[in-house]
Design a protein around this ligand. Sequence first.
Ligand SMILES: [Zn+2]
Length: 152
Amino acid sequence: MRSLFGGYGHEPAEVLGRTFEEVAGYNDIVLVKDIKFHSHCEHHMVPVIGRAHVAYLPAGRVLGLSKIARLVDMFGRRLQTQEAMTAQVADALMDSLHPQGVAVILEAEHLCMSMRGIRSHGSSTFTATYRGVFVDDPAQKDAILRLAGCTN
Ligand SMILES: [Zn+2]
């Protein structure tokens, strides 16, 4: 239990660190796809298993890529709603990295849906949230959805 809910013992600033790398002329989208995560829904304390796609448009600084996966992992190790977790990842990146924009997409299977009530096996829930330039510029948002494989 301590490990499964270990995300409460950590803060985004700790996971992301305070040092960022300067971009050497790179000023385009950075997308980390298919970050596998496990969480537990706050209503039933039943596992949620999913993948996150996290993108940002740098404003002069970039993060070590593994830090994004660690951030997703940290928020997963808390009781969550998928909607809240999507927003938490986006806000943490905006607050510490100050990029031009952030996009976070989560696709997850909620075992509470398979195990209880309606027993909808294999259905997945999709949430997406956008900050900054991804809100202001629909072309940037479309680019992210295409790169993440969320459109046809
Ligand atoms: Zn649930």
